[in-house]
Ligand binder design. Structure first.
Ligand code: KG4
Ligand code: ZN
Length: 349
């Protein structure tokens, strides 16, 4: 790596149903970030099918990387490192991404970085805002995770709370499926909720008012199902669906705000107005962002969330986490084994 020029890193993301490659520089310029969503391939099944996902990554990843290089206007030899998601995630897809990243690194004699997908989400805010210093409070809300963490540094995380059952995004997806809104559910629920009446259905707020900052969403999901079943027999009308989505989203947002308020009290701030960051797919939701921003203001925090395209799965965050690790010399060996489970806070499990 040159001492003078900021590093240029290729990032590869294949842990779920997005095949993505990105080229990012150490001075925060995203030179290219092509993404190929596999939504159509999985839609008929109402969720991501791991085997189909792995095959689709295998088919599309090489072309996508070539496109990223072309769009960035560089050659492979201009790269300083290759970073690939090493887990957690659907292991078939992770294998495809890791093997591809290792092959490119090895052929071009570049450092290889195995990135924890969750660390990608956790550090993504620093790609868009250079003033986010450690430590910051993070709400990581995606399809597989719902955690509150103190981000103390690169590779240094302390978990303050987590979900006891479903992740928030998983709950959005299940509610969408129940209401026939298709997959992926989060954006569909958010769209339907816009025209709905959030006061029509009285839904529970699991964990609200409890000490600590753990979450629970499965009771809320069941309550949405029961509320739908209690309506007169026959197909749910458009208004019923919109009202159910709005009522559900309001309950989910209330729960998140309550848990985050407790986390703000538990967080050991090192600055006057610490950052409170939301990341992961659910942080793309405008109602979630708005409420968390209000909450941060009330509690003396500065609210930050990456733009929606960097909240949902993407390779720019993997390249960026690679840059952060490369600067600290935290490269990985080519015998790295993909990790289907990989908690950010190993002590919390
Ligand atoms: O971070 P992500 O793309 O993948 C994982 O690492 O899981 O998050 C995907 C999750 C899905 O459950 C999806 O329904 C949810 O994020 N999501 C949303 C929205 N956009 C994506 N949930 C609520 N509102 C949204 N606008
Ligand atoms: Zn993710």
């Amino acid at each position: 790596m040159s001492d003078r020029a900021p590093p240029i890193v290729l990032g590869i993301e294949t842990s779920c149903d997005e095949t993505a490659a990105a080229i990012v520089t150490g001075d925060r310029i995203v030179l290219a970030e092509p993404v190929l969503s596999q939504i159509e391939e999985h839609q008929a099944y109402g969720g991501v099918v791991p085997e189909i996902a792995a095959r689709a990554h295998l088919e599309h990843l090489p072309g996508l990387i070539a496109r990223a290089i072309r769009e960035a206007g560089i050659v492979f030899d201009a790269l300083d490192a290759v970073a690939g998601t090493g887990g957690p995630g659907l292991i078939g897809g992770v294998h495809v991404g890791v093997m591809t990243a290792k092959a490119i690194a090895s052929v071009h004699d570049l450092p290889f970085l195995a990135i924890n997908h969750l660390e990608g989400h956790a550090l993504s805010v620093r790609l868009v805002d250079e003033d986010v210093a450690f430590p910051y409070l993070l709400l990581l809300v995606s399809g597989g995770h719902c955690q509150l963490l103190s981000v103390d540094g690169v590779g240094r995380y302390r978990r303050l709370g987590t979900t006891l059952d479903d992740a928030a995004g998983e709950c959005f997806d299940k509610v969408a499926k129940m209401l026939g809104l298709g997959f992926p559910g989060g954006p569909a629920v958010e769209r339907a909720a816009k025209t709905g009446d959030s006061a029509r259905f009285e839904l529970p707020r699991p964990m609200r008012g409890r000490a600590g900052c753990d979450f629970s969403f499965s009771g809320l999901k069941t309550a949405v199902r029961l509320a739908g079943e209690a309506l007169p027999p026959g197909a749910l009308g458009e208004k019923d669906v919109a009202d159910l989505c709005a009522s559900f989203q309001a309950a989910a947002v209330d729960v998140m705000a309550d848990r985050c308020a407790n986390a703000m009290k538990m967080f050991e701030a090192k600055s006057e107005r610490p950052a409170f960051v939301a990341a992961g797919g659910v942080a793309a939701n405008a109602a979630v962002r708005l409420r968390l921003e209000e909450l941060a203001g009330e509690n003396g925090f500065r609210f930050l969330a990456p733009p929606p395209r960097l909240c949902t799965d993407n390779a720019a965050m993997i390249a960026w986490a690679g840059i952060e690790r490369l600067k600290l010399g935290l490269t990985d060996s080519l015998d790295f084994k993909p990790r289907p489970r990989w908690p950010l806070d190993a002590a919390a499990g």
